[in-house]
Design a protein around this ligand. Structure first.
Ligand code: GDP
Length: 205
């Protein structure tokens, strides 16, 4: 499958600001600076798409994008389908609010716990730093909430083959999911096919 169109739709901090309709959703979440904007732009092959709010890495809103995917079924047949890509604010950015011991704002939890259209949540883990407690905390929270998860390991091009092997093994043991973690490089678009296939699988089977 390929993404043939991607467009910004809306930003929200409250449920009544979510776009209407029954379009299915795939969300992306990770620590600030994990490489989420770069990954979204790589996935959609759309430079600048994930920077709508202006300040990269400082997005405080939930951003919705409409995506059109295309899959070739045979030489003459194709299937097109639409979904929302949901860019959730990065967590763990500085310690601006010491009174708030939650890893992310309640409106992010609200979205995750209440979205009826959420088919898959991609949790991004930095390939160089898979051992950060905050990511483990996020993972455990999401697991407990019963969210369908896909781990995506970012910046994989920054690792040599030994580090890559070690860190992927660590992730396999500490972030266990139904499907294996997907190594991704937004620089080289490594992992794009695999991630798009996974998304395709949860949306159209
Ligand atoms: P966000 O805060 O999670 O949206 O992270 P960004 O996408 O803004 O990326 C944070 C930094 O990591 C930027 O300097 C990017 O250029 C860099 N980066 C992101 N993805 C990759 C990648 O796959 N490879 C490399 N080498 N650098 C990356």
């Amino acid at each position: 499958p390929r993404i043939i169109a991607s467009n910004y739709v809306a930003s929200a901090v409250r449920p009544d600001q979510y776009p209407e309709g029954d379009t299915v959703e795939v969300a992306f979440l990770g620590r600030s600076n994990v490489g989420k904007s770069s990954l979204i732009n790589s996935l959609c092959n759309h430079r600048g798409l994930a920077l709508v709010s202006g300040q990269p890495g400082k997005t405080k809103t939930i951003n919705f994008f409409t995506i059109t995917s295309k899959e070739d079924l045979s030489e003459t047949e194709e299937r097109r389908y639409e979904w929302f890509l949901v860019d959730l604010p990065g967590y763990g950015y500085a310690k601006t609010d010491k009174s708030n011991r939650n890893i992310w704002s309640s409106f992010i939890a609200d979205y995750i716990l209440n979205s009826e259209r959420l088919m898959l949540l991609c949790l991004l883990v930095d390939g160089r730093h898979p051992e950060l407690p905050i990511d483990q905390e996020a993972f455990n929270w999401l697991r407990q909430a019963g969210v369908p998860l896909q781990i995506v390991v970012t910046k994989i091009d920054k690792l040599n083959s030994k580090e890559r092997q070690q860190n992927m093994r660590f992730i396999k043991e500490n972030f266990p999911c139904e499907t294996p973690a997907i190594p991704y490089s937004s620089l080289k678009h490594t992992g794009r096919e695999l991630l798009l296939s996974r998304i395709n699988q949860v949306i159209v089977g």
